[in-house]
Design a binder for this molecule. Structure first.
Ligand code: 3EB
Length: 596
């Protein structure tokens, strides 16, 4: 289908049939032979070309070889233009899911005329193209390599897919590149750590592993120590393709660096070749490995490794709430998970499934440092997205959540009473996770030995690793404590299984599909509210519009307007809410509720 040819500037072009897409990359030391990376297909391949771009496609995959000769100091705009043109091309040929991108940029660590490092300039152009072309999904990227060639043109290769399942993978030990802090460039690099692509037919899949360097969290580690850089890169690859990580995306398989094919190793210094070869041969034995002479895009690192894993699998069956969360946030990454509307019906907060996953992993890893599986946490939140993050961070850490009412629609006194009831019933042994406002209003008046934490107190931007705690189906996920008429405390606890079963039953009852959009006006701290606005959407990958309490009783009915505006298919409201809406409804003009 196509070729990437690594050869010296003065070498004769590698002989290939005229129509085959290819780029030539200068990454070979004077004493080494050229290397040809050839992509084959067992299907019939069609070839096309437009200008400097050549294309091959086989009905499943599309291979694009493209690039540009730089004109003056135009790297950023030329990159942006090349990406935009390629996105249009992929749309035109209907291979719309990108699986893998290779970017070869000469003098990648040099500064341009304005004193900006060319890698960062390249990242800006690439990121602008993504934001412009995919304004709704500018956090979702495929596996990629961004690396410095030793001269020649900028070369870019895209591998895209027509249909079938594609899942972009992150490494829990590494910050997603999209969230790198500003010191790594004004616009963050656009890539995921790996991309899983399932074949259109059969059970086969490929996992394209990105260029992987010695980066932990977002920081380069082991600068100047080539051995430890190779080992950290290998560790990173082992983690991203491990069974534990793949399972967290609903992929029923596992790999390691030892099972990679088409391994390429980029090495900055000639003096390191022998050391790196010895290490790579030990970690990936009996595999052909290409060793290339290249500049690593992070100027403080000296090596980067990539490869492809493949095999066959069956879709895995999620069991616990934790399984559903990891699966659906991966499958629906680019979709909005939650949209929060304030008292005026205005959109004031929104989070995609991908960002939700990232925030939940971060908070969960912080919770895991302070609490152990089975510990109990009271969650005192006003309605909104913060509660969702806190709730799932606890669920993924095996913590038991006790949701209680809080926020400006709830009397401080009432929240306080609830906390005291929990304290009496459980005899201590819990902490309170709450929003800033609740901490301020309730925290200082509460019992002295109860700890109040906010997501801000926990959030750690240096978060390094997230551990997948083993959670069983009958582990307790949530419990409620209420006092009955006799004044005795009554404890109701629900397991992962109870909540998942209830959500599954409601999905079936009400014909929810993953395309459903639901508007929720029920309190998240009650059983039904929790099921319909927290559990069901995550089990199902459904977008949920959360409304500030009381919205449905206002004149002109913001509730109905939200259903119309977001083309909602489902909504959960108390019966009194429907009645209030109907009573006040004067005008159905401009309302589109046919999907509801
Ligand atoms: C890193 O982890 C190392 O800009 O496309 C690895 C893979 C790296 C892809 C890219 C950069 C790219 O940040 C660098």
């Amino acid at each position: 289908m196509g070729a990437i040819i690594y050869q010296k500037a003065e070498a004769e072009p590698w002989p290939l049939p005229r129509e085959v897409p290819r780029i030539y990359v200068q990454m070979v030391r004077p004493q080494d032979e050229s290397v040809a990376e050839i992509w084959y297909s067992s299907n019939a391949v069609r070839y096309e070309s437009t200008g400097t771009t050549t294309i091959a496609h086989d009905g499943e995959y599309l291979f694009v070889a493209t690039g540009f000769t730089e004109k003056g100091d135009q790297l950023e705009v030329q990159t942006e233009r090349l990406y935009l043109e390629t996105f249009r091309l992929l749309d035109r040929l209907a291979y719309t899911t990108i699986c893998r991108i290779w970017n070869y940029v000469p003098e990648v660590n040099q500064d341009d005329r304005n004193g900006h490092e060319r890698y960062k300039v390249f990242c800006s152009g690439r990121s602008k193209a993504f934001t412009q072309y995919f304004p709704e999904a500018d956090t979702e990227f495929s596996a990629a390599t961004g690396i410095g060639s030793m001269g020649g043109d900028v070369g870019v290769v895209f591998l895209a897919k027509k249909a079938g399942e594609v899942i972009h993978l992150e490494n829990p030990e590494q910050t997603p590149a999209y969230f790198y802090p500003e010191q790594y460039g004004p616009r963050s690099p656009s890539f995921a750590r790996a991309t899983y692509a399932r074949s259109q037919v059969g059970r086969g899949y490929h996992i394209f592993v990105s260029g992987t360097a010695s980066v932990i969290g977002y920081e380069s580690v082991h600068q100047g120590d080539i051995t430890r850089q190779v080992e950290t890169s290998i560790d990173n690859i082992n983690t991203v393709v491990s069974a534990i990580n793949l399972n967290a995306y609903g992929i029923n398989s596992g790999h390691g660096a030892h099972s990679l094919s088409s391994v390429k190793v980029y090495i900055r210094h000639e003096r390191d070749f022998a050391t790196v070869k010895a290490l790579c041969e030990r970690h990936c034995p009996n595999r052909p490995i290409a060793y290339l002479h290249a500049d690593i895009c992070r100027s403080d690192l000296d090596v980067e490794i990539e490869g492809v894993a493949y095999g066959e699998d069956r879709p895995s069956v999620p069991a616990t709430l934790r399984d559903y969360f990891t699966l659906q946030t991966a499958r629906n990454a680019r979709k909005p998970a939650y949209i929060y509307l304030d008292e005026n019906g205005e959109e004031c907060d929104q989070i995609s499934f991908l960002l939700l996953r990232h925030k939940v992993f971060n908070i969960a890893s912080c919770l895991q440092r302070r609490f152990k599986k089975g510990d109990k946490l009271v969650l005192a939140y006003s309605p909104g997205i913060e509660f969702v993050i806190a709730y799932y961070a606890c669920i993924l850490s095996g913590l038991v959540v006790i949701p209680i009412p809080a926020g400006d629609q709830v009397e401080t006194e009432y929240t306080l009473q609830k906390i005291q009831l929990v304290a009496e019933t459980l005899d201590g042994g819990f902490a309170v996770l709450c929003d800033d406002d609740t901490k301020r209003r309730v925290g200082e008046r509460s019992l002295p030995d109860i700890e109040f934490l906010t997501l801000g107190d926990l959030w750690d931007k240096h978060q390094k690793s997230f551990e997948f705690i083993a959670v069983e189906r009958d582990d307790i996920a949530t419990l409620w404590i209420a006092s009955d008429s006799a004044g005795d405390a009554k404890v109701v606890s629900l397991s992962h299984d109870d909540l998942v079963e209830k959500a599954r039953a409601e999905i079936e009852n009400w014909d929810y599909t993953s395309q459903s959009v639901s508007v929720s006006c029920v309190p998240h701290y009650r059983y039904l509210g929790l099921v319909f606005s927290m559990i069901l959407p995550i089990c199902n990958g459904t977008t949920t519009i959360l409304m500030a309490p009381g919205a449905f009783v206002r004149p002109q009915t913001d509730w109905l307007r939200a259903i119309s505006h977001y083309r909602a298919t489902h909504s959960i409201v108390a019966t009194s809410g429907y009645e209030a809406c109907v009573a006040r409804l004067t005008n159905m003009q401009d309302m589109e509720v046919s999907g509801f």
